[in-house]
Write a new protein. Structure first.
Lengths: 116, 663, 130
C-alpha cells in the first residue's frame, strides 16, 4: 500500500521535474527563426505554380491533354510561375531541382534545358 | 496496485491542465521556455498514462479480482491473450486505452513538431492538452478502472463473442484511427489560433491523416470479418449504430484526404477543409459516445449511465469552439482561386466530396432519427437497412464512377476533345464487361450490373494510368520497363499509392455487390441422411457430435457437401455453451472456394441426433472483400512512404535559420 | 464567369440543400418503423418494432408452429403475447430484453421472420445477433 503511494509520489515528482526542465536549463536557448507569413505564403504559391506546370507537362506526355490544349494552358502557367518567382519568393539555396528540373528540361517543348 | 494507477491518472490530469494553461499563455505571450515546458507536459502525460495502463494490464494478466474491472471482464479460465484483450472489453479499460493512444500520439506529434514545425506547436499544444484533459478527467472522476472490492475467487468472464483473435486487433486498430484524427484537428486549430494563413498544418498532418484513415478503414474491415465469421448470421455489416459510429468519421476523413489535395494544388477550399477536419474529429468523438452511452437503446438508458452527458458536453464544446474560431478567422481562410470549369479534376474532387459528405450525413440522419422523433413525437422511429442501402446505391455508385473519371481528367479545364481520347478505352472495356455480365445472368440485379460495369470502368482507368505513365517515363529515361514503372511510382508515391487504394475499393465494391446482390439463401429442416440443394451444392445431414472444449461445450452438426458429384468435405456448424459466462454462441461453418471466391455459409439450429434446422447461404465473391483489405494496406503504404526529395523541399520552405537568443 | 460568389460555393450549397431535402422526404414517406413498448401498442395496426423483456415460459418452435412468449415493458407491467417464426439469436431467453418487428393481430403480436434481436445487457458487450 505505502509502496504504491511512494511510487505515485515519485511519478508526480518526476512529472514536475520534467516539466520544469526548460527553466532549469536556463541560459541561452536555440531558437529557430521561421520565415514570416508572407514569405511562407509566397513560397507556397511559387511551389504550387511550378508543380502545376510539372503536372501539365506530365498530363500532356501521357496523352490526357491534347497539343492544342497544352499550348493554350502552358503560357499562362509559365507566366504565373515566373511572376511568383519574381515576387520576392526567391528560391532558397540548395534547390537546384525546383527550377531546372523536370518542369522545363524533360522533353518539353520549351527551349530551356539545364543540367540536373 | 490500484493506488498507483489512480495516482498516475491524477498526474496525467494535472499535466493536461498545465499543458492547456501554460501552453495557451506561452503561445499568447510568446514565452518560449514556458511553451517548451508545456510541450514537456504532453510528453510526460504519455508516461503517466503508460504507468496507469501498465497497472491495469498487470492486474488482468495476474487475474487480480480485487480490481472490480478485472472481476467484471475476465475469469480464471480465460486464456492469457484474451485476458489482455479484456483491457478494452469494458467501458473504463477502453477509455484508458483511448487515453494511452491519445497521449502517445500527442507526444509523437510534439517530438516530430519540434523538428519541423516548432512555431505551429505553440497553439497546438493547448488544444492537445484540452483533449487529454477531458479523457483523463473522465477516468479520474467518472469511470475509473481502478475501483476495488473485496478479493473474489473468480471473475464473471469475458463476453464469448469477444473471445477470438479479431477482438485482439479490431478495437485497438479502430482507436488508433479515431484518436489519430485528433492530431490533424489540433494542428488545424493551432494554425487558426496562431492566425496563420500558410499551409504548414496541412503539410505536417498529411501523414497523420492518412495513417489514422488507414487504421480506421482496416479496423472496420476486421470488424466486418469478425461479424461474418464469429457472430455468423451470414452478413458482415448490418448498419448497426455501433458500426455506423466508425463509418461516419471514416467517410469524413476520406473526403478530407481528397479535398486537402485541392487545397495543396490550387489553394481552394480552405474553409471546407477546416470544417471537414473538425467534422471528422467530432464524428470520432460522437461515434465513441454512441457506442458507450446507450443512448440508442433508448433515451432512458442514456440518462442512467453517467458517461453520456460528459461526452455530449465535450462534443458540444469542440463543435461550438471550433466553429467560433473558424468564423473569427474567416478573412484568413478566403482563397483567391475559383473553380474554373465543372469538367476538371478539381470539380470531380468536389463532387466526390459532396457525395461522401452526403452519405455521411445520411448515416448521421439515420442514427439520430430515432432520438429526434422520440423527442418530437414521443415515440422513436427507427430506420433500417433498406434506408441505408438505398443511399449506399444512390451515393456509392456515382462515387465509384468518379473514381474512374477523376484520373482521366486534367486540372483546371478539360476540353471535350481531350476527354474523348482518354475515355475511349475505359468506356469500351466497361461496356464490353457489362454486356458480357448481362449475358451471364447478372441482369437479375440492376444496381449490381451497373455497379460491376462501373467497377470495370474504374479498373480500366487505373490500369491505363499506370500504363500511360510507365510508357511516358520509359520514353523519357529509357532503361527497362520495370525500371520505368518503379521510377514512376517512386516519384509519385501519393498518386500511384492512391490509385492502388482506389483499386482496393473497387475490389471491395465487387465483393459487396457479389455477396449482396447475387447471393442465395435457403432454410430447411433436415433429418439424418436427408439432403438439400442450394445453388450448385448438395448438403446432407449426417448427425451431431458434442465435445468438451477449453471453456465451452461444443455441439456440432456434421454436414456433407457435394458439388457436381464431387465430395467437397464435411462442414461442422454448431453452438458453443460457455461454462463460466453461461452463454451460448453461434459457430457458423464457412467453406471458401478458392477459385471462384465464393463462400458456402452454414448456420445450424436445433441440432439433434436425428434432425437439424439448417440455414444455408451462398455468397459469391465475398472473399474479394477481405483481399481488398490487403490491397488497401499496400496502397496506403506506398502513399505513406517517405519521399526524401519532398521532405528536403518542405524543410527548406518552412525551416528558417537557426539563431541564438535569450528566451 | 465567377464574380464574388464562387460557383464552387453555390454547387456546395445547392448540393447540401438537395441532400437534406431528399432525406427528409424519404424518411417522411418511406420512413422508418415506430419503436414501441407493449404498453404503447393499444390495438395499433401496421408494422411496428416492439421492445420489451421476455417474461414467463417460452414455448413452441421458432422453426415450426411458432415460438410463443410474453413481452413486457422493460420497466412496467403491460405485457402482450407474441408469436414468432424465424431465426432466434442464441442470447434469447426469458428475462432478456429483445426487439422484433411485426404487427398486432387479434391481440397477439406476430413477429416478422429474422427480426428478433436481443439487446445487449451491458453496454460494452458488443454486437447483436440475428
Amino acid at each position: 500500500m505505502t509502496a504504491e503511494l511512494v511510487l505515485g509520489a515519485l511519478l508526480a515528482a518526476a512529472a514536475v521535474v520534467f516539466v520544469a526542465v526548460p527553466f532549469i536549463r536556463g541560459g541561452e536557448t536555440t531558437v529557430t527563426e521561421e520565415p514570416a507569413q508572407e514569405t511562407l505564403v509566397a513560397a507556397e504559391e511559387r511551389d504550387r505554380a511550378l508543380a502545376e506546370l510539372k503536372e501539365l507537362e506530365f498530363d500532356h506526355r501521357t496523352g490526357k491533354i491534347t497539343d492544342e490544349d497544352y499550348r493554350a494552358l502552358v503560357q499562362p502557367l509559365r507566366r504565373r510561375a515566373a511572376r511568383s518567382l519574381a515576387n520576392g519568393a526567391t528560391l532558397p539555396e540548395g534547390t537546384p531541382e525546383l527550377a531546372s528540373e523536370q518542369h522545363f528540361s524533360e522533353g518539353s517543348t520549351s527551349s530551356s534545358r539545364s543540367d540536373r | 496496485m490500484p493506488e498507483l494507477g489512480r495516482a498516475a491518472l491524477i498526474v496525467c490530469l494535472g499535466l493536461a491542465v498545465y499543458a492547456v494553461a501554460a501552453g495557451a499563455f506561452a503561445a499568447w505571450k510568446h514565452r518560449r521556455r514556458l511553451a517548451e515546458s508545456a510541450e514537456n507536459a504532453i510528453l510526460a502525460s504519455f508516461g503517466a498514462a503508460l504507468v496507469a495502463a501498465g497497472v491495469l494490464l498487470v492486474a488482468l494478466v495476474q487475474k487480480d479480482f480485487g480490481f472490480v474491472y478485472v472481476y467484471e471482464h475476465s475469469s480464471l479460465e480465460l486464456p492469457r491473450s484474451y485476458s489482455i484483450s479484456a483491457f478494452w472489453g469494458g467501458q473504463e479499460g477502453s477509455l484508458l486505452l483511448w487515453l494511452l493512444i491519445l497521449t502517445g500520439f500527442s507526444a509523437l506529434a510534439v517530438v516530430l513538431g519540434r523538428r519541423s514545425a516548432h512555431s505551429l506547436l505553440a497553439w497546438t499544444v493547448p488544444v492537445l492538452g484540452g483533449v487529454i484533459l477531458f479523457f483523463s478527467l473522465l477516468l479520474v472522476a467518472v469511470a475509473s478502472p481502478f475501483a476495488t472490492q473485496a478479493a473474489q475467487a473468480d471473475g464473471l468472464g469475458l463476453n464469448p463473442s469477444l473471445q477470438n483473435p479479431y477482438m485482439l486487433a479490431h478495437p485497438p486498430m479502430l482507436y488508433l484511427g479515431f484518436v489519430g484524427l485528433t492530431i490533424p484537428f489540433a494542428f488545424a486549430m493551432g494554425a487558426l489560433l496562431a492566425r496563420r494563413s500558410d499551409e504548414l498544418w496541412v503539410v505536417v498532418t498529411r501523414r497523420w491523416t492518412l495513417v489514422a484513415w488507414t487504421f480506421l478503414g482496416f479496423g472496420q474491415l476486421l470488424g466486418a470479418h469478425w461479424a461474418y465469421v464469429e457472430v455468423g448470421w451470414g452478413g458482415y455489416f448490418a448498419w448497426d449504430p455501433v458500426e455506423n459510429a466508425a463509418l461516419m468519421p471514416w467517410l469524413a476523413a476520406t473526403a478530407f484526404l481528397h479535398s486537402v489535395m485541392i487545397q495543396e494544388k490550387r489553394g481552394m477550399l480552405k474553409i471546407w477543409n477546416v470544417l471537414l477536419v473538425v467534422g471528422a474529429f467530432a464524428l470520432a468523438l460522437f461515434g465513441t459516445f454512441l457506442t458507450r452511452s446507450g443512448i440508442l437503446s433508448s433515451i432512458h438508458s442514456f440518462t442512467e449511465g453517467s458517461i453520456g452527458p460528459w461526452f455530449l458536453g465535450f462534443i458540444g464544446i469542440v463543435v461550438a469552439g471550433s466553429t467560433a474560431l473558424i468564423v473569427s478567422r474567416l478573412p484568413l481562410l478566403r482563397s483567391k482561386t475559383r473553380l474554373e470549369s465543372p469538367i476538371s479534376r478539381e470539380a470531380t474532387f468536389l463532387y466526390n466530396n459532396l457525395l461522401l459528405v452526403a452519405f455521411c450525413l445520411t448515416i448521421l440522419w439515420g442514427v439520430v432519427y430515432p432520438i429526434l422523433t422520440e423527442a418530437v413525437r414521443g415515440e422513436p422511429v427507427t430506420v433500417g437497412p433498406p434506408y441505408y442501402n438505398f443511399f449506399l446505391n444512390a451515393f456509392g455508385l456515382p462515387l465509384l464512377l468518379l473514381m474512374g473519371i477523376g484520373p482521366l481528367i486534367a486540372w483546371r479545364r478539360a476540353s471535350l476533345r481531350g476527354l474523348g481520347r482518354t475515355f475511349v478505352w475505359p468506356l469500351g472495356i466497361a461496356l464490353t464487361t457489362g454486356l458480357a455480365l448481362l449475358a451471364l445472368g447478372a441482369g437479375s440485379s440492376l444496381p449490381g450490373l451497373i455497379g460491376y460495369t462501373f467497377c470495370a470502368f474504374v479498373l480500366a482507368s487505373i490500369g491505363l494510368e499506370f500504363a500511360r505513365g510507365t510508357r511516358a517515363r520509359h520514353a523519357l529515361s529509357g532503361g527497362s520497363w520495370l525500371q520505368a514503372f518503379s521510377d514512376l511510382v517512386g516519384r509519385n508515391r501519393r498518386r500511384y499509392g492512391g490509385y492502388v487504394v482506389h483499386a482496393s475499393i473497387v475490389l471491395l465494391a465487387i465483393g459487396i455487390i457479389g455477396s449482396s446482390a447475387y447471393d442465395t439463401t435457403r432454410e430447411q429442416r433436415l433429418r439424418t441422411g436427408e439432403s438439400m440443394d442450394v445453388g450448385a451444392y448438395t448438403l446432407t445431414y449426417r448427425g451431431a457430435t458434442q465435445e468438451r472444449g477449453a471453456n465451452a461445450m461444443e455441439l456440432r452438426a456434421l454436414v456433407d457437401v457435394e458439388r457436381a458429384g464431387d465430395h467437397l468435405g464435411t462442414m461442422r456448424p454448431g453452438k458453443n455453451s460457455y461454462f463460466a459466462e453461461q452463454q451460448v454462441s453461434n459457430e457458423a461453418a464457412i467453406r471458401s472456394d478458392r477459385r471462384s471466391g465464393e463462400d458456402l455459409f452454414l448456420i445450424a439450429e436445433q441440432i439433434g441426433r436425428d434432425q437439424v434446422f439448417l440455414k444455408v447461404l451462398v455468397k459469391p465473391l465475398v472473399n474479394l472483400i477481405w483481399i481488398a483489405g490487403f490491397v488497401f494496406l499496400g496502397g496506403a503504404l506506398i502513399a505513406l512512404w517517405p519521399d526524401a526529395r519532398e521532405q528536403r523541399r518542405l524543410a527548406l520552405r518552412y525551416g528558417g535559420r537557426e539563431a541564438l537568443s535569450r528566451a | 464567369m465567377a464574380r464574388r460568389a464562387s460557383p464552387a460555393r453555390l454547387v456546395v450549397a445547392l448540393g447540401v440543400a438537395a441532400m437534406l431535402a431528399v432525406f427528409l422526404v424519404y424518411t417522411a414517406i418511406a420512413g422508418g418503423t415506430p419503436q414501441l413498448r407493449p404498453s404503447e401498442l393499444n390495438g395499433r395496426t401496421g408494422e411496428v418494432a416492439l421492445i420489451g423483456k421476455v417474461v414467463g415460459r417460452v414455448s413452441g418452435d421458432a422453426r415450426g408452429s411458432g415460438l410463443r412468449f410474453r413481452l413486457r415493458d422493460v420497466e412496467g407491467t403491460a405485457a402482450v403475447p407474441v408469436v414468432y417464426r424465424g431465426s432466434v439469436p442464441d442470447l434469447f431467453r426469458s428475462g432478456r430484453d429483445i426487439s422484433l418487428r411485426g404487427e398486432l393481430r387479434n391481440g397477439t403480436f406476430v413477429g416478422e421472420p429474422g427480426t428478433l434481436v436481443t439487446k445487449c445487457p451491458s453496454k460494452y458487450t458488443d454486437k447483436k445477433q440475428t
